[in-house]
Design a protein around this ligand. Structure first.
Ligand SMILES: [Fe+2]
Length: 239
């Protein structure tokens, strides 16, 4: 990302464009955010600029999630291609930044010890990985469309299909985390996290655009989502 001059002021964003700190009926939101105002703490130069070479340290590169191993069998589910661009508030590309992606498989099951949903794992789907954006801030990943899954303690809530994204800028201190949803999903209407962003228009920034379909040896549907990391057009964060 473009370095900013000392004292540079980023455009402010409105609270209605971001996730509510405490979401009614979502108990976890009351324990995940501080109850008291934050105490400003000076950030040191090493925290702002390091560690260097994140992509190399984390072995990030091109990413394809639709198979567990290269040229191995394909995961169960509908093949999709997810792509877009990561930019700063003025449209300048966030080039060479590390993007982490994780998602449930087509049955709505994560490869994670904490996932106690009784749904099958797919031996050909790991559902997580890292890539590096190109010089224009672009990313691309082939994967399968994730399934919905229940939030068991709630007694009613099903998370709609979604993909988790984490974007690390120049350092660990610049971490942006969100979830992106699929257009036209009925469960989008009742999801507490997606609807934790008060502005209807801004919630659209958390939903993929449905792109064209591709037919051939590899048939898939394109989905697109750009991310804006700062400023008044900022993509809402969803942990
Ligand atoms: Fe999730």
């Amino acid at each position: 990302m473009k370095p900013r001059a000392a004292g540079y002021q980023y455009s402010p964003y409105g609270d209605r464009t971001q996730t509510l700190r405490q979401i009614d009926r979502y108990n976890a939101s009351f324990t995940r955010v501080p109850a008291s105002p934050l105490i400003p703490r000076p950030v040191t130069l090493s925290e702002q600029t390091g560690p260097i070479e994140l992509p190399r340290r984390w072995n990030a590169g091109k990413l394809a999630l639709s198979r567990a191993v290269e040229n191995g069998p394909r995961a169960v589910g509908q093949l999709i291609r997810v792509s877009g661009r990561v930019t700063d508030e003025d449209g300048s590309p966030a080039a060479g930044v590390v993007m982490e992606i994780w998602q449930a498989n087509a049955a709505g099951k994560y490869v994670h010890a904490m996932d106690d949903h009784i749904a099958p794992l797919d031996p050909n789907f790991v559902g997580q990985g890292r890539l590096v954006t190109d010089e224009d801030g672009r990313y691309e990943v082939f994967t399968v469309k994730p399934g919905a899954y229940p939030v068991l303690y709630s007694g009613w809530w099903w998370r709609p299909p979604h993909i988790h994204f984490s974007i690390l800028g120049q350092s660990w201190m610049n971490r942006f985390i969100t979830q992106i949803f699929f257009p036209g999903e009925p469960l989008n209407e009742t999801d507490l996290l997606l609807n934790g962003v008060p502005s209807h228009d801004v919630r659209e920034r958390l939903i993929f655009e449905h792109g064209d379909t591709v037919m051939g040896d590899l048939s898939y549907i394109n989905y697109r989502r750009d991310f804006v990391l700062r400023g008044h057009r900022r993509t809402p964060e969803l942990a």
